[in-house]
Design a protein around this ligand. Structure first.
Ligand code: SF4
Length: 329
């Protein structure tokens, strides 16, 4: 059996708020039995969803910042919930995160040189200072930064774009197996966004996979080999980007795709298409706990859709959670 790089197996996350006095305990199901697999071959997978769809929770679970309520997260076929501290240390080298704005992750009193030197020392990346200096220069140049202009500066002296690229240089230095990018370009302008995404593609050529979490479908189309559509904590469709874009099967995905102004999203990827813009944040309220989460808004809804929730079913080229697809197959 092929070893998987990362696997989420029926992961559910329920957040509970304790009751107080007359206020009853409240629980929110942020994720509902989601499964997602990334293989060792380098690939970019986009996890697309509106705010509140659960995509940031996925990110936190993968990074070990939260624990799943049920289900398993496996890295290289090993269950992360069973790990010891040394396993986490290795994981944090092999799986890296890219945030929206990396500023908060840097110590403002440390020059950027020190950030890179610390990484090199912590993970024993080189065997001499000379090698370290070479690696630092190589990493900065690989992401379009000039070492002489960047080194010696403090994080607050870098522009937003430079900080993003500096974070990429840190990643280049470590050469992880997997990058988890949580809306990394939402705070930078279109030109820098293009450059940033090109670097992610270059990283893929170096063997670095990427789970790209976004609400911006155009970016997902531009960069991803495959897309996973998350809606109210459930995966409703996933497959190769080209198939899902050109022939969406789930009514939710169809609605998203039909909102794209240009039929070739690669040509206009700099124009954001946000899931929120089609009003999908109102989902999941009318069908009850048991029904399809898209029931309220689905023009194809049938009686059974209100009573029963469709599970994710494999078709010839993807997975879809919709009774229509089930009946057609
Ligand atoms: Fe629409 Fe029913 Fe499919 Fe849900 S299961 S998306 S309500 S047709």
């Amino acid at each position: 059996m092929t070893e998987k790089l990362l696997q989420l197996e029926k992961v559910t996350k329920v957040f509970r708020r304790a009751g107080l006095g007359l206020v009853r305990e409240k629980s929110t199901r942020a994720l509902d039995e989601i499964s997602l697999t990334m293989y060792p071959e380098p690939a970019i997978v986009a996890l697309v969803g509106e705010s509140g769809s659960g995509k940031t929770t996925v990110c936190r679970l993968i990074l070990g910042l939260k624990k799943a309520s049920s289900g398993q997260i496996l890295y290289k076929d090993r269950d992360v919930s069973q790990w010891l501290e040394k396993d986490w240390k290795n994981y944090r080298k092999e799986v890296q995160i890219v945030f929206q704005d990396p500023y908060g992750t840097y110590n403002p009193f440390y020059r950027v040189d020190r950030v890179l030197w610390t990484v090199i020392k912590k993970f024993h990346l080189t065997s001499s200072d000379r090698e370290s200096r070479q690696l630092i220069d190589e990493s900065l140049e690989a992401v379009g930064l000039r070492p002489r202009e960047i080194l010696g500066r403090y994080p607050h002296q870098l522009s937003g774009g430079e900080r993003q690229r500096f974070m990429l240089a840190r990643i280049y230095l470590m050469k992880p197996n997997l990058l988890v990018c949580d809306e990394p370009v939402s705070m930078i302008d279109a030109a820098l966004r293009a450059m940033f995404l090109d670097h992610l593609r270059d990283f893929k050529k170096l063997g670095i996979s990427c789970l790209y979490i976004t609400h911006d479908l155009n970016i997902a189309y531009f960069i991803a080999d495959s897309v996973v559509i998350l809606c109210s904590g459930q995966i409703i469709e996933s497959g190769k980007t080209e198939s899902v874009v050109t022939d969406p099967l789930h009514p939710y995905t169809k609605e998203l795709i039909s909102s794209i102004p240009n039929p070739d999203p690669r040509k206009k990827w700099t124009e954001k298409l946000e899931a929120e813009s089609v009003g999908l944040q109102k989902l999941g309220k009318g069908a009850g706990e048991q029904g399809c989460i898209f029931y309220d808004r689905c023009r194809y809804a049938m009686a059974k859709c209100e009573k029963k929730r469709p599970s994710l079913v494999k078709t010839k080229d993807r997975e879809v959670a919709c009774f229509l697809t089930l009946e057609a197959n």
